[in-house]
Write a protein that binds this ligand. Structure first.
Ligand code: ATP
Ligand code: MG
Length: 250
């Protein structure tokens, strides 16, 4: 059985001028335990919107979303909040950290609703996760005083700390240098493998996308399977074309 399934999902919004913007069109996608899916696509193609729907933070305009075989639309909001809190780890594109709170407060937050040992040991569990993202020396730093890349790693630690079965990462390496990005992606893979979680990664980086087992592209709201080897070829080709014409005396 799939963990989360979208069936013919569309999303549109009404704009201020009364026109309708179609953000997602007929998207179907099934993600199972242990699955690793990547989604690439141009800015504005609907990637974050799709991730919000997968994470049950947003509802589609039409089509259905099921979590472990149950239709999300039919759930009461309290039950949905609990389901999300227990099962989904979200790395937001804009991090969404609590301002004025320390790194460890942010990472402990999802454990405030956990039960048993996870709850009682929450400070140590959060500190261990911050250590794993390379921020063991920054646990008591106020989150908004951290650098962009450090904030992104706090966001990643927060998403993983409760061992969610569904990890949704929106540009998780967007603010990181190549080496830190690679180690953060290894950590996401590692934690997902440890708990047989599903990992859905949105990225502009083809190397990050290539780590996934299944690759998709969003193009103007339509989801299609992506051929990454062709995308790599196209990008190296583009990189080899000089952007400015060579000087005559060169
Ligand atoms: N609530 C909303 N009201 C109006 N427009 C919206 C709303 N939500 C999303 N959009 C528009 O839908 C389009 C898709 O947005 P989305 O954030 O999903 O894109 P994206 O693929 O994640 O882009 P990026 O790579 O820049 O993060 C954008 O043009 C955005 O402005
Ligand atoms: Mg986005």
């Amino acid at each position: 059985m799939s963990l989360v399934a979208l069936d013919d999902v569309s999303k549109s919004v009404l704009l201020a001028d009364d026109s309708r913007l179609e953000i997602l069109r007929g998207v179907s996608l099934e993600v199972g335990a242990g699955d690793h899916v990547s989604i690439v696509g141009r800015s504005g193609s609907g990637k974050s919107t799709l991730l919000n729907i997968l994470g049950m933070l947003d509802a589609p305009s039409s089509g259905s979303v099921s979590f472990e075989g149950r239709e999300v639309r039919r759930m009461r909001s309290g039950r949905l909040d609990r389901l999300r809190g227990d099962n989904v780890g979200f790395v937001f594109q804009q991090f969404n950290l609590l301002a004025g709170r320390t790194a460890i407060d942010n990472v402990m937050m999802p454990l405030g609703h956990a039960r048993g040992r996870m709850f009682w040991n929450r400070r140590r569990i959060a500190a261990d996760m911050l250590e794993r993202v390379g921020l063991g020396h920054r646990v008591d730093q106020i989150a908004d005083k951290l650098s962009g890349g450090e904030q992104q790693r706090v966001a990643i630690a927060r998403a993983l700390v409760r061992r969610p079965v569904l990890i949704l990462a929106d540009e998780p390496t967007g603010a990181l240098d190549i080496d830190t990005g690679a180690s953060v992606m290894s950590l996401l893979d590692e934690v997902a493998t440890e708990t047989d979680a599903a990992l859905v990664t949105i990225t502009h980086d083809l190397h990050v996308a290539a780590r996934a087992r299944r690759h998709y592209r969003l193009d103007a709201g339509r989801l299609e399977t992506a051929d990454l080897s062709r995308a790599f070829e196209a990008s190296t080709l583009a990189a080899s074309v000089p952007s400015t014409p060579p000087r005559a005396d060169a």
